[in-house]
Design a protein around this ligand. Structure first.
Ligand code: NDP
Length: 329
């Protein structure tokens, strides 16, 4: 396993990590979840991602039980949760001081741990002043409930505001963001966040490297039974992808992967790992075999030389346009 620093911190995080959205506490049972998490741990994955909203808290409950059952040392694990959607009550959502603190306490209880290593604001909250959120996160860290805090799907402008409020008020600043990044979603990682990487060395924990499985190629010719996009509760996700234009590109990527002698999933994950601003790529798996397959992507990065990267670029045709550098003639 390769370990990378999480942005500008001293924390080492496995380049590939495991997330529990859709799967833990939902699509798969506890024994399967155990087998997947154990296989990940045995292969050197140390970061396991979670959120208070996943399976309405059940994902954290399952992960907490697995950690106890496996008997792993807490210091060998980097655990996260994300706060935003905690329940139905008027104050069970968003990034108020009340929900951040109450949500964190409830998540720690479900995970059966005294602290999470990483805590994320799962979305921006336009109704709470960012300073209130920064102060609440500062409290969470100073009270030992988390070690680092960050954001998920915030804009560069919102992240910069949080960072600057923290600096001005001598509070702890966010150090990582969790954006979607894959061959079909590139704008934030390859354009919008570039100034944040330059100025703050922002860390990133990437979600949906396979675009929920689309980039594995399994949907190129229909929707396999039992797959994520066939699940009743995820019809909205199917609708979202059906409205996007990816089939032709995915078919071409399948051909390229075949030529390279690897699966399309490995190609897609290796491509995300190549980005030097990625701290870790969070993979999701409903089967141990998927995880084992995806782990091979770490080695496959070596296959992606400039020529192959250009071939991928020619297929994707979606490279974000860069700001012009006016110093160049
Ligand atoms: P992916 O895009 O990698 O999708 C994972 C799914 O794709 C699996 O559950 C499986 O679904 C399928 N799959 C995985 N590997 C293979 C393979 N080798 N061959 C065929 N199918 C495969 O990641 P996720 O969307 O699951 O995101 C990863 C993690 O990121 C989440 O678990 C979560 O922790 C985090 N996340 C964070 C978000 C945020 O807002 N911050 C939002 C979404 C995710 P199946 O077998 O069911 O078809």
């Amino acid at each position: 396993m390769e370990y990378r620093f999480l942005g500008n911190t001293g924390l080492k995080i496995s380049a590939l990590s495991l997330g529990s959205w859709v799967t833990f506490g939902g699509q798969i049972d506890e024994d399967k979840s155990y087998a997947i998490m154990k296989a990940a741990y045995d292969q050197g994955i140390n970061f396991f991602d979670n959120a208070e909203v996943y399976a309405h808290g059940n994902s954290e409950i399952v992960m907490g039980k697995i950690i106890k059952r496996a008997g792993w040392k807490r210091s060998d694990l980097v655990l996260s949760t994300k706060i935003f959607w905690g329940g139905e009550g008027v104050n069970d959502r968003g990034l108020s001081r009340k929900h951040i603190i109450e949500g964190t306490h409830a998540a720690l209880k479900r995970l059966q741990t005294e602290y999470v290593d990483l805590i994320f604001c799962h979305r921006p909250d336009p109704y709470t002043p960012i300073e209130e959120t920064v102060r609440a996160m500062n409290y969470i860290i100073n009270s030992g409930k988390a070690f680092y805090w960050g954001t998920s799907e915030w804009s560069a402008e919102q992240i910069r505001q949080a960072y600057e409020i923290a600096r001005r008020e001598h509070l702890i600043a966010p150090v990582m963001e969790q954006p979607q990044y894959n061959m079909l979603h590139r704008e934030k990682m390859e354009k919008e966040f570039l100034p944040l990487f330059r100025d703050f060395k922002l860390g990133t924990t990437i979600w949906s490297p396979l675009a929920s499985g689309i980039l594995s190629g399994k949907y190129n010719n229909g929707i396999p039974e039992g797959s994520r996009l066939s699940l009743k509760d995820y019809q909205w996700l199917l609708d979202r992808y059906q409205a996007m234009n990816w089939k032709e590109r995915s078919t071409k990527l399948a051909d390229l992967a075949k030529r390279l002698g690897i699966s399309q999933s490995r190609l897609a994950i290796a491509w995300t790992l190549k980005n030097p601003n990625v701290s870790t790529v969070i993979t999701g798996a409903s089967k141990v075999e998927q995880l084992s397959e995806n782990l091979k992507a770490l080695e496959d990065t070596k296959l992606l030389n400039n020529e192959i990267m250009q071939e991928i670029e020619d297929i994707l045709q979606n490279k974000p346009e860069q700001e012009p550098d006016f110093r160049k003639a």
